[in-house]
Ligand binder design. Structure first.
Ligand SMILES: [Zn+2]
Length: 478
């Protein structure tokens, strides 16, 4: 394979010396990736050995075999060195700035959300911390081949700034919740906070602004309806946690006839195609049918759900029913990884265990879920999620030269069951090289090391005291 591409490049050099061919040699592309096994993740799941991907501006303009090298010329060429060339992965549910708290609260706290997460955030979150932690998280994502992430958090304008500095794509949902939080002194202040943020980023090439009502039990019916109306007016997504815990409907203050959170959302008129639900663990068949009917997105977070012992989502059933199912990690306190590599094997293995069936959710389907599936969950499948002409150039190259990647008979199996973040060699987002040969091109980890060390030392003592108190708290809602 390498020899063939060498011959082609030598012949290109020879031809460039020939006057009659000079016109053909003019650049008609910006970036060409060659000498890789291209996983297109298109509708036919086409794989092209010795494949070539051609990029111009922010888009893919050609995908095919080596013949494309005779047709396209670009100032930048990347030799994939026999690696795997694939769409960037999409982490469709995260709370990235919580990377500042990664590794805390691991002492076995039963009421972790209310007795630990929320008090920790109330005390330690700030605009500055969110900005710096997002930068750390975005570098982690870029280095591990995630090119798009969806997030529900606070000060989303700071997150947008940091994400753009690193060069990633993101769907950023401003959290709306019934108590005061870092960026809103009044309950539900996120609704107001979101407005200028949405207006500023509505047409941004990398950032899709969104609303993020926290959950059905932390946001009132009226506020969910108000957000639904605003999301329609602005045409932005609504990200929300749904059916993460059993019997969430019992926590809803304004009971309806609904016997599940999905039925409740349906009944109050807010379940529609702009909604992206995270978790969806405790879903009846009727709930799944309602989600499908609404054309809503669902994000499966297997690693966080197993770690939190919340259950196994019916992801395989929904995937088979051709629903919009993507993968997520949830926040860095929930699965401790922001990349999707470990999540890939969890995604498959937990479904096999749930169904007692080793034949389901084969690696090819897992990669589908991690790429085009995530794009579908976010309703971005026309833009990202596969390597096809006209799509945004969000591309990664995964090397296959390391010991853990050998042998590589089936690229999907290699990716799902062998690869780890350090195998990602190159990350390209919107046509721009963010990392090449493991070197970040946009921002260096050393640039932010001091700020990370500063927040770490500021948080450590408080967190230790908080965990002593939290460990005694048993009720789920106090
Ligand atoms: Zn979450």
């Amino acid at each position: 394979m390498k020899l063939k591409s060498l011959v082609l490049s030598v012949s290109a050099v020879l031809l460039s010396g020939c006057g009659t061919m000079a016109k053909q040699q003019e650049y008609n592309a910006d970036l060409i990736i060659n000498n890789g096994q291209v996983l297109t993740v298109n509708a036919d799941m086409q794989v092209i050995d010795d494949g070539v991907v051609v990029v111009k501006n922010d888009k893919i303009i050609a995908v095919g075999d080596e013949k494309l090298l005779e047709q396209y010329y670009a100032p930048k060429n990347i030799d994939a060195n026999d690696g795997i060339v694939m769409p960037g992965m999409i982490n469709a549910h995260n709370h990235l700035p919580m990377i500042a708290f990664r590794g805390l609260g691991e002492e076995g706290i039963s009421n972790r959300l209310f007795a630990y997460f929320f008090p920790l955030e109330a005390q330690k979150l700030s605009r500055e911390l969110i900005y710096n932690a997002t930068k750390l998280g975005a570098i982690d994502l870029a280095q591990s081949g995630v090119t798009t992430y969806a997030d529900m958090y606070y000060h989303m304008d700071e997150m947008a700034k940091a994400t753009k500095e690193v060069g990633l794509r993101a769907v950023l949902g401003e959290t709306v919740i019934k108590f005061p939080v870092v960026d809103a002194k009044q309950p539900y202040g996120g609704i107001q906070y979101a407005k200028p943020f949405i207006e500023e980023y509505q047409n941004d090439p990398l950032i899709t602004p969104a609303y993020a009502p926290h959950a059905v039990y932390t946001v009132s019916k009226e506020k969910l309806q108000e957000i639904n109306q605003l999301s329609e007016d602005y045409d932005v997504p609504v990200l929300i946690h749904v059916a993460e815990f059993p019997n969430e409907e019992a926590r809803i203050k304004d009971p309806t006839k609904a016997t599940s959170p999905v039925e409740y959302l349906e009944e109050i008129g807010v379940l529609d195609e702009r909604m992206v639900i995270a978790h969806g663990i405790h879903l009846s068949q009727h709930d799944q049918a309602l989600l499908k009917q609404a054309d809503a997105g669902v994000v499966y977070n297997p690693m966080a759900n197993v770690k939190g012992a919340t259950g196994i989502a019916p992801a395989w059933d929904m995937f088979r029913a051709d629903m919009r199912v993507g993968l997520g990690t949830d926040g860095p306190m929930s699965s401790n990884q922001v990349d999707l590599w470990r999540t890939l094997s969890y995604a498959a293995n937990m479904q096999r265990l749930k169904h007692s069936d080793r034949t389901i959710m084969i690696p090819e389907q897992v990669i589908e879920m991690a790429t085009i599936g995530g794009a579908k969950a976010l309703h971005m499948e026309d833009e990202i999620g596969s390597l096809e002409v006209g799509k945004k150039a969000d591309i990664i190259i995964v090397e296959t030269q390391s010991a853990n990647m050998m042998p590589s008979y089936d690229p999907y199996a290699t990716l799902v069951y062998q690869a780890n973040p350090s195998n990602v060699d190159t990350t390209i987002v919107n046509g721009k090289v963010v990392m090449e040969q493991r070197q970040m091109k946009t921002i260096q980890l050393d640039d932010i090391r001091q700020s990370v060390e500063a927040f770490e030392s500021d948080i450590a003592d408080f967190a230790k005291e908080l965990s002593k108190k939290a460990i005694k708290s048993k009720s789920l809602m106090d």
